[in-house]
Write a protein that binds this ligand. Structure first.
Ligand code: ARG
Length: 434
């Protein structure tokens, strides 16, 4: 048996950047492993995945797997995010958090295909992504060992990493000057670090690449119509499109209207706050449109309780718990609510803004005959009196019994009859000033 056959194998999530390229060498030299590079296409910008694959081969990977995950990302991940109107801290549409479980799933599958005992990622020890990769891998195959070289190596300073890279023949030229940490996919772009670390500093104009400056956006509004079927966006301006294409096209339209920028301070799961900028033109527009359609179609209690569960869904996914029993249960709830979320929403995009200009649905629970002030045939206004009396009974009882605990309450001038006629013993009751 030669030494190659006896080496254990590791599957590395490879991006082609400096960190993951140095990871290849570190796994080979410091860990003595054969490295299989897995390159996932989740709709990120790239100048040729084949070039990246070639780089992995040049760095001595024993195999390279290029996996196109874009359709799966749209159909199994983004679709669920739209159903859950996913927005961490009411602001961040979870783009990186959505891609990590999918990439993890393919890491595990690739490990099984090659008989690898380990998987590796290039995340640091300060971010959320390490948690998401490792928790997902744990859920899918608890027997796999996860290696996080960037967290473990002593190459913390950039010059040390570059020296290590040069020593091992890793090309560094294009990678050195990148001033930000960027993660992007079909759902949008995340930009952090560099000049953004000062929350007082306005984001430099060069961080934005898929949205124009709202000041430079067209001076007339742009309208788009999004068609939904059971909660899933299926058409754009009447043209039926697969979700991945619809998102790509809408990114172009909304981005050119200056819509989709987010600049926020975010609470990472690992306990620190960070300044994050995002560009998510299609994502924000689709969630806004989807919510508008839900307003029209969902029964009140479903809608209200869904709002609360949406927060829990976003927290689970942000915290890396995509493959978890609680998240699965939440998905089942979300799915059960989407059956009637079918219809069309018209959005108006104008200089960085996006508003709902109209919505319609054959499943709408909105009923003009009930809502109108024009005639009263469908809604019996007189019945409202009894409804208010009964629903307010507990409050009335409380008020009459005396709300002495309420500050500023004025003493009641007299006692008066509570409904069951026992008020005689409550002569000290107080009236409440509203
Ligand atoms: N803060 C975001 C998240 O945790 C984005 C992280 C993106 N990663 C990056 N290297 N820029 O989901």
């Amino acid at each position: 048996m030669n030494s190659r056959q006896s080496k254990e194998k590791v599957v590395l999530a490879y991006s082609g950047g400096l960190d993951t390229s140095v990871c290849i060498k570190w796994l080979q030299h410091e860990m003595g492993l054969d490295v299989i590079a897995m390159l996932g296409n989740v709709g990120q910008e790239h100048d040729g995945l084949e070039k990246v694959a070639e780089k992995a081969r040049m760095l001595g990977c024993v195999a390279v797997e290029v996996v196109d995950m874009t359709e799966e990302f749209a159909s199994d991940y983004i679709t669920c995010a739209i159903a859950a109107n996913a927005m961490y801290e009411n602001k961040y549409p979870l783009l990186s958090a959505l891609s990590r479980p999918l990439i993890s799933k393919h890491l595990v599958e690739t490990a099984h295909k090659y008989g690898a005992t380990c998987v590796a990622h290039g995340c640091t020890g300060k971010g959320n992504d390490q948690v998401r990769f490792e928790t997902s891998i744990m859920a899918l195959d608890p027997s796999l060992r996860v290696i996080a070289p960037v967290r473990e190596w002593d190459l913390g300073m950039r010059p040390d990493e570059i020296a290590y890279a040069e020593k091992h023949g890793v090309p560094v030229s294009q990678s050195i000057e990148k001033p930000y940490s960027i993660d992007d996919n079909l759902w949008g772009r995340a930009i952090e670090a560099g000049a953004l670390e000062d929350p007082w500093a306005e984001p430099p104009a060069d961080i934005w690449t898929i949205t124009v400056d709202p000041a430079d956006a067209p001076d007339i509004p742009t309208y788009v119509e999004i068609g939904f079927s059971e909660g899933v966006p299926v058409s754009l301006d009447g043209e039926g499109l697969p979700l991945s294409e619809l998102i790509a096209k809408l990114n172009g339209i909304a981005g050119s209207c200056g819509y989709g920028r987010i600049d926020m301070i975010e609470n990472r799961y690992v306990g620190l706050k960070s300044r994050e900028c995002y560009e998510v033109p299609a994502g924000l527009a689709l969630i806004q449109a989807h919510k508008a359609l839900e307003d029209l179609c969902l029964e009140r209690d479903v809608l209200h309780h869904k709002l609360a569960l949406e927060q829990l869904w976003a927290d689970q996914v942000y915290n890396g718990r995509w493959f978890s029993p609680f998240k699965q249960a939440l998905d089942a709830f979300m799915a059960a609510t989407q059956h009637d979320v079918t219809g069309t929403v018209r959005l108006k995009l104008y200089k960085g803004g996006c508003v709902v200009a109209g919505s319609k649905s054959a499943c709408a629970l909105y009923d003009p005959a009930l809502a109108t002030y024009e005639n009263d045939e469908a809604f019996d206004q007189k019945a409202a009196k009894g409804f208010i009396d009964i629903q307010g009974l507990s409050i009335k009882t409380w008020a009459m019994k005396g709300a002495a605990h309420m500050e500023g309450a004025t003493p009641a001038p007299t006692s008066f009859d509570v409904l069951d006629g026992t008020a005689g013993s409550h002569t000290a009751s107080r009236a409440v000033n509203f």
